[in-house]
Write a protein that binds this ligand. Structure first.
Ligand code: ATP
Ligand code: CA
Ligand code: CA
Length: 435
């Protein structure tokens, strides 16, 4: 996946969807936050709230630009999860909805998910398949418990699960989660590692071309990592703790029979800092430019039918007549928190500082996390079956459906193999005794 984004603003094919997602989030999150704190109960995990938004405004809901339906899943549970991940509610709402602008990543993968960054790059909205949606709801209790017992989990931090449906449109499920990439730093390399080599290479010639054109870094894979002889270079103690957490998290994923997840590794080089202004360049690419033959935005929402169009024109006229702003509850007058990325592996500039083999601090900062954790083995097997049916002998399947146990073991073993822990104490003792 190439990290070049398109700004989804008014006029973009997916603007309506993005607007509806954000409006729904703003409304439901403010509503949930406004209620008194109370301990979770077992029903909270199955709760779903449905809201109808329309241009005229409803009894419960404010007037909006478009008509749509919005479902909020397990709001109390996600409120608690945000709390556990130290996400300040006002900051969350502000980051996502202070302006209705998102950045859409181009070239959705084979899963056909769409990714959107919040305007300040702190959060990611990922559209998910119905399978994944059902699965997350099913495991929500286990996930909650895992987060409770593992405040430093490396697994994706889920902050919300929602569904949006436009008139005549299909249902779009999505999650809000942490963007592992640092919002204010240039990212100098990005890897997605699974511990497999089958099809796990981003073509090096294509990469060279991308870099020549000063485009943002594509996500590289296992073989690119191995070709470069790279390691995750940590200090002794950090390695111990990282591996320990990785093992706990993988054990959890194995228990849930999940597979196909990866370790996301992004790096920032403190020596290079932000001087290459990759972020700015990326943002330039984000500006939609009609003369640019670059990535074209995919269309998440169908183009409106004639009927729908007529209805929208009517709605628009009405909304102009009774223009009424969407109320911003409580969020605007509270300043957002500065540092909201917490947890043991996110403390050095939002990541973890590398250590040289001699124990001295390195100029590299890693941003690590386990992503794409909502695919169950059974689902992959089913999909696999479909693919085989479709491609009959033409193409090899891209995923090899290892049983979750073996997938997890291979994953952990690979990451352990490429993680180094400089034993500072050992070196220090050696040099001390040599003196
Ligand atoms: P597929 O199933 O084809 O692998 P997907 O649509 O399920 O794709 P993911 O694997 O979740 O997508 O993510 C694709 C890429 O998006 C990752 O390799 C990574 O570069 C980026 N990405 C995903 N999640 C995050 C995150 N939380 N923070 C930063 N980048 C992310
Ligand atoms: Ca993936
Ligand atoms: Ca996936």
């Amino acid at each position: 996946r190439v990290l070049v984004g398109t700004k989804v603003a008014e006029g973009h094919a997916n603007y309506e969807t993005a607007y509806n997602m954000l409006t729904g989030i703003r409304f439901t999150v403010s509503r949930t936050q406004a209620k008194l704190d109370r301990p979770l109960n077992i029903e909270d995990f199955d709760t779903k709230h449905k809201f109808s938004f329309d241009v005229g405004g409803g009894e419960l809901t404010p007037a909006t630009k478009y008509d749509f339906k919005f479902k909020d899943y397990a709001p109390w549970v996600f409120r608690e999860l945000r709390n556990k991940f130290h996400i300040h509610p006002a900051d969350y709402i502000m980051s996502l909805t202070s302006k209705f602008v998102l950045t859409e990543l181009s070239s959705p993968g084979k899963s056909k998910s769409f990714f959107y960054f919040s305007r300040d790059f702190k959060y990611i909205i990922k559209t998910i398949h119905h399978h994944e949606h059902k699965f997350l709801r099913k495991i929500l209790k286990d996930y909650y418990k895992h987060v409770e017992e593992n405040p430093n989990t490396l697994i994706s931090q889920f902050y919300g699960l929602h569904r949006v449906k436009m008139p005549f449109g299909r249902k779009i499920h999505f999650v809000v989660m942490n963007n592992l990439m640092p919002p204010h730093k240039d990212v100098h390399s990005v890897y997605d590692l699974k511990g497999s080599t089958l099809g796990r290479e981003y073509p090096e010639d294509k990469l060279a071309e991308k870099l020549k054109n000063e485009q943002f870094h594509p996500t590289l894979k296992d073989l690119n990592w191995l070709n470069r002889g790279l390691n995750i270079e940590l200090g002794h103690n950090e390695k111990e703790r990282f591996v320990e957490q990785l093992e706990k998290d993988t054990k959890f994923l194995k228990k849930l029979k999940v597979m196909d997840y990866s370790l996301f590794v992004a790096t920032h080089d403190l020596n290079r800092g932000n001087k290459d202004r990759l972020r700015d360049k990326t943002l330039q690419v984000f500006q939609p430019n009609p003369e640019d033959n670059g990535p074209q935005p995919g269309v998440l929402a169908r183009t409106p039918s004639k009927l729908e169009h007529a209805r929208r024109v009517r709605d628009l006229r009405e909304s102009v007549k009774k223009e009424r702003p969407v109320p911003m509850q409580s969020a605007t007058d509270i300043m957002p928190d500065e540092a909201d990325r917490t947890g043991e592996f996110y403390t050095d500039d939002g990541g973890i500082r590398a250590t040289n083999s001699d124990g001295t601090p390195s100029s590299t900062v890693y941003y690590l996390g386990i992503i794409d954790c909502l695919t169950r083995y059974n689902t992959v097997k089913k999909l696999e079956h479909l693919w085989k049916g479709f491609t009959a002998g033409k193409e090899e399947p891209k995923i090899s459906p290892l049983p979750p146990q073996r997938y997890g073991d291979r994953f952990v073993n690979f990451i352990k193999r490429i993680t180094k822990g400089a034993d500072v104490a050992e070196k220090q003792r050696a040099s001390d005794s040599a003196r």
